[in-house]
Design a protein around this ligand. Structure first.
Ligand code: T3D
Length: 262
């Protein structure tokens, strides 16, 4: 997994680490970046040895959203809708539907579609240097890449409206308070903390985590009664897994479990 122009990909201890790697452009997104991310996610989906994904950014920013330096090359025929539907939408859909834990190590600014990318992760750890802004209205655009879906769910509709209408920037501490990120660390420590966390998840019962992610995704659009039915259906799957057998045996034998994600 090394022949990429816009990202770096590293593998260790069950973790696939994807680094957005266009630091001179604040890791701004292009169609090519989205295609490369989708390729890696597809490969992770197929490979049972890949049990967690960690995203971060090279340099000062996490991701500044759409690469605005390439928009001057567009002509009148350019379709924003087609652009989103062929690049950023399938990218965040692939991440959300990947039944493995996806963690963001947010090193700097996440803006526009870059915020949408960050919000598609299951869990976000942030450097003290991270900041979060919607950016769209700053250039007269409506939100995309799932920002108008996740933001009200994570921080509430009124706070989401404020961020979207005013392009307010939240620093890492503010993002922690409103629930946009899970933890904040000093910049020098945060990547190592994020990696340790990703390795810990990769050694967990990742089949159960994947099915849990399916339950969380489903809960966003159904009634309580329907979700109860769905939980019972999913428990049928995890209840017949090797990890469940191992978890119960380890509990009885008073030892640490060795989960395989099966
Ligand atoms: O058009 C469509 O395709 C529709 C889809 C849209 C999806 C979107 O994502 S729309 C939103 C696009 N993004 C933005 O509007 C964000 C623009 N950038 C910023 O607001 C700020 O740069 C940041 C808050 C991200 C960072 O601020 P700061 O002060 O820390 O850094 P800076 O000096 O502004 O930027 C550093 C460099 O990154 C600079 O390059 P230079 O001057 O050093 O050569 C800047 O031009 C470059 N950069 C930042 N954002 C982008 C970018 N280059 C290309 N595209 C960017 N989006």
């Amino acid at each position: 997994m090394s022949d990429y122009q816009n990202i770096l990909v590293d593998e260790y201890e069950g973790v696939v680490e994807i680094t957005l790697n266009r630091p001179d452009k604040f890791n701004a997104l292009t169609h090519g970046t989205a295609v490369e991310i989708m390729k890696v996610i597809k490969s992770v989906k197929r490979n049972p040895a890949n049990r967690a994904v960690l995203f971060t950014g090279a340099g000062r920013g996490f991701c500044a959203g759409q690469d605005l330096s390439e928009v001057s090359e567009r002509n009148d025929e350019f379709s924003f809708r087609n652009h989103l539907q062929s690049s950023y939408n399938p990218m965040v859909q692939a991440i959300r539907s990947l039944e493995k834990p996806v963690i963001g190590a947010i090193n700097g600014a996440a803006a526009g579609a870059g915020l949408g990318l960050a919000l598609s992760f299951d869990i976000r750890y942030a450097s003290e240097k991270a900041k979060f802004l919607t950016a769209f209205i700053g250039i007269g655009l409506a939100p995309d890449t799932g920002v108008s879906y996740w933001l009200p769910r994570l921080i509430g509709p009124a706070r989401a409206a404020e961020m979207l209408f005013t392009n307010e920037r939240l620093d890492a501490r503010q993002a922690l308070v409103v629930g946009l990120v899970n933890k904040v660390f000093p910049h020098d420590d945060f990547l190592q903390e994020s990696r340790e966390f990703a390795k810990k998840l990769a050694a967990s019962p990742t089949l159960g985590i994947g099915i849990t992610k399916r339950a969380l995704n489903k809960s966003l659009g159904v009634t309580f009664d329907d979700q109860l039915d769905y939980e019972a259906y999913l428990q049928e799957i995890t209840g017949h897994s090797e990890d469940y057998q191992e978890g119960v045996s380890a509990f009885r034998e008073k030892r640490d479990p060795q989960f395989k994600g099966q």
